[in-house]
Each structure stands twice: as C-alpha cells, then as structure tokens.
Write a protein that binds this ligand. Structure first.
Ligand code: PGA
Length: 251
C-alpha cells in the first residue's frame, strides 16, 4: 500500500523568518497527517532549510529544491549532499521544469544527481512533464517516457524503491490551467508501466505524484486516481491555511 504524500514546493518564496512561522504553525497538521497515514512535507529555499528542519515536526519531510552531484569543490553557487545531510535533509526535488527551462537541467544531469542521492541513501523527487507545444502535438507519452528512461537508466530496483516521481505538465504549473484527473491518471499509470518494464514489481511501491495548479478544491479528485499517490504543490502550499486545507480535504 503506497502512503499518500503531499509535498509543498516553495520555489523562491518566503524569508527565513516566514518559513519559521510556517514551520511552527504546521506542527499540528503533521500530527494529523501522521494519524491518517499521510506524509506531508515542504521544500523551502536553501537558506530556510535549517530553520524549517529545526522548528517543524519531526514527522514533516523537509526537502531541498536542488543539489549538486559532487561532494565539494570549485562549483560556485552550488550546495552538496553532505551539506544537506549535516542538517538532516535527505529529500531533494530533481529536474523541476523550471530548472530544466532556466538552468539547463537535462535528463543526464538529473541522472547524475539521482545517482549521487541513491549512493547516499537519500530520496529524489524526480519531476517529469511535457510543455504545452509537446502536449498539443500529442507527444506527452513520448517526452515523459524519455525523461523517465534517461533519468533512471542503470539504477537497480533496490535503489528506486526509495524514489518518488512527480508528473507535472509544464503548461499547468502556476497557470491555474490544471490537467484533468483523467490526464493525470493516464500519464501516471503510463509512468508506472515504464517503471515496471525497467525495474519489475518494485514499480508498485514507487509513489507517483501529480503537480500543476493543485489547490484545496481539486486535490481530492487527483488523489482519488488509482495511480496518483499524492501531489507536488507550488502556489497553494505557501499559505498555512491553504496547506492545512490541502491536507484536510484528502482525509
Ligand atoms: P503550482 O506549482 O502548484 O503553483 O502550479 C507546482 C510545481 O511547480 O511544483
């Protein structure tokens, strides 16, 4: 049985002081989530990771939004896995479409980062999804299939047992134009079928999230789909009231 997962991606939002306030206010929701066998978490900016980790409940997942695959070295502006681990951070979002678009994050780069994460027993949340032009051209499965195959090539079933995949159609992110739950189910089930081809039975244990304009009003619809195991939420995860509603609406 795959545990439902609600993960907030704060992107480049919130001062550390605001992140701390959120972390403190989220403590009761983490307990409520745990009681209902749901996992919740947030991905703050690097500068807020330590404060959120310190002030949120131990049951709240705290994820980084990116990481470098090298342990240390001459990589100006980067942060490494040991630096995250020192603060108890062991979840990292990889290949978010904004990083693919603005920071040249390719499937190969994502693969390198996930390899380093697996070697360190960490959990990647690997984001895949097609652009509007690709969607309109009917290429969703082709694009997503390539992202999954190239990003996850050569890993073992044991490694990917820890993986989380997030299907986020680029045209639905931050646009309010969310994919229907039928599309979300169709693509998430397609992703699971590729994972099955690549890794066998463990595909049934891998959690696949939907992301893109998920709000308290539509979260339940997505999570009712058999292959959608949770949501990666941007805008609607920023306000504590909205985050709470995302959770209470799926209880
Ligand atoms: P959104 O972002 O919920 O604001 O559309 C989702 C994401 O980018 O993960």
């Amino acid at each position: 049985m795959r545990k439902k997962l609600l993960l907030g991606n704060w992107k480049m939002n919130k001062l550390a002081s605001e992140a701390k306030e959120f972390a403190l206010a989220s403590v009761p929701f983490a307990a409520l989530a745990k009681k209902n066998n749901i996992e919740i978490g947030v991905a703050p900016t690097y500068l807020s990771l330590a404060t959120v980790k310190e002030h949120a409940s131990k049951d709240m997942i705290v994820a980084a939004q990116n990481v470098h695959f090298m342990d240390h070295g001459a990589y100006t502006g980067e942060v490494s896995i040991p630096m995250l681990k020192e603060f108890g951070i062991d979840w990292v979002i990889i290949g978010h479409s904004e990083r693919r678009a603005y920071d040249n994050e390719t499937n190969e780069k994502c693969h390198e980062k996930m390899k380093a994460l697996f070697e360190n027993n960490m959990v990647p949340v690997y984001c895949v999804g097609e652009t509007l032009a690709e969607f309109d051209a009917g290429k969703t499965k082709e694009v997503v299939g390539k992202q999954v195959k190239e990003g996850l090539k050569d890993f073992t079933a044991e490694q990917v047992a820890r993986l989380v995949v997030a299907y986020e159609p680029v045209w639905s992110i931050g646009t309010g134009k969310n994919a229907s739950s039928e599309i979300a189910q169709d693509i998430c089930s397609y992703i699971r079928s590729i994972l099955k081809e690549m890794f066998g039975g463990v595909a049934e244990e891998i959690r696949i999230l939907y992301g893109g304009s998920v709000k308290p009003v539509n979260v339940k619809e997505y999570l009712s789909c058999p292959d959608v195991d949770g949501a990666l939420v941007g805008g609607a995860s920023l306000k504590i009231e909205s985050f709470e509603e995302l959770l209470t609406n799926i209880l």
